[in-house]
Ligand binder design. Structure first.
Ligand code: 13P
Length: 258
């Protein structure tokens, strides 16, 4: 398969820079001790902004294979935007990925599909990889319109994009009812939506683009269920919250292939 699996740890608003230091060192050690093959699974940590410099220092000093990125970014280059962080600030720190459209930002910060799409555009133009999140709430799932809902989020964010650009992004399907609840979507539920995302990409941007674009699952992914999730044909990795905050569980997930 042409898609390299990706295990991405979204720390959310957890861990100060000292704790970040501890976790990244521990993660690197776990992966090294088990001879982790980074070509079989990319490992990415996504800490809060205040931890990024610390993570960069460890990764550079120890020449780690671990990658790191940010949880959000501004659509502006610089200027009077109090509290915002620009793409150039992130590239300067060696970030290679940025998350946008997480359901927590959509809900608590009113982020629209259009804004999410603009952030993805900005990140790609800065030479980083956008991780575009989508996912339905429980009511939508109960109504049975989850596939339609998720595809409309993605189509709105990527409206007007070229196939070449879409091929460079990562899409993360995170059903809201499965986030932090311990309630994982079954591997079949996750595959249904991830498969539908790939089919929609094929329809809108061509089969070649759909074939190379990575689609992740997120929502109570953990060592216990990662193998089953990764065995699905259209799941190329996971966006992991809680289980990424412990070096041993996250490293175990990155070694799902072993
Ligand atoms: P949990 O793995 O804690 O359910 O979080 C998932 C998530 O929202 C990752 O972005």
């Amino acid at each position: 398969m042409s898609r390299t699996p990706l295990m991405a740890g979204n720390w959310k608003m957890n861990l100060d820079h000292l704790e970040a230091n501890h976790l990244v060192q521990g993660l690197a050690m776990e992966l090294r001790d088990h001879n982790h093959d980074y070509s079989r699974c990319e490992v990415l940590v996504i800490p809060p902004f205040t931890d990024i410099r610390t993570v960069q220092t460890i990764v550079d000093a120890d020449e780690l294979g671990i990658k790191y990125g940010a949880q959000d970014v501004s659509i502006h280059d610089n200027g009077a935007y109090t509290g915002e962080i620009s793409t150039s600030m992130l590239t300067k720190l060696g970030c290679t990925y940025v998350v946008m459209g997480h359901s927590e930002r959509r809900e608590y910060h009113n982020e629209s599909d259009e804004l999410v799409g603009a952030k993805a555009r900005k990140v790609l133009d800065a030479g980083m990889t956008p991780i575009l999140c989508c996912g339905e709430a429980l009511e939508v799932r109960k109504a049975g319109t989850h596939v339609e809902f998720v595809l409309s989020q993605i189509r709105a964010a990527l409206a007007g994009w070229s196939a070449q650009d879409v091929a460079q992004i990562v899409i993360a399907y995170e059903p809201i009812w499965a986030i932090g609840t311990g309630e994982t979507a079954t591997a079949e539920d996750a595959q249904e939506v991830c498969g539908a995302i790939r089919s929609a990409l094929a329809q809108d941007f061509g089969a070649e683009t759909a074939e190379v674009t990575r689609v992740l699952y997120g929502g109570s992914a953990k060592p216990d269920n990662i193998k089953e999730l990764m065995a699905q044909p259209d799941i190329d990795g996971a966006l992991i919250g809680g289980a990424s905050l412990k070096a041993d569980s996250f490293a175990e997930m990155a070694r799902f292939y072993a």
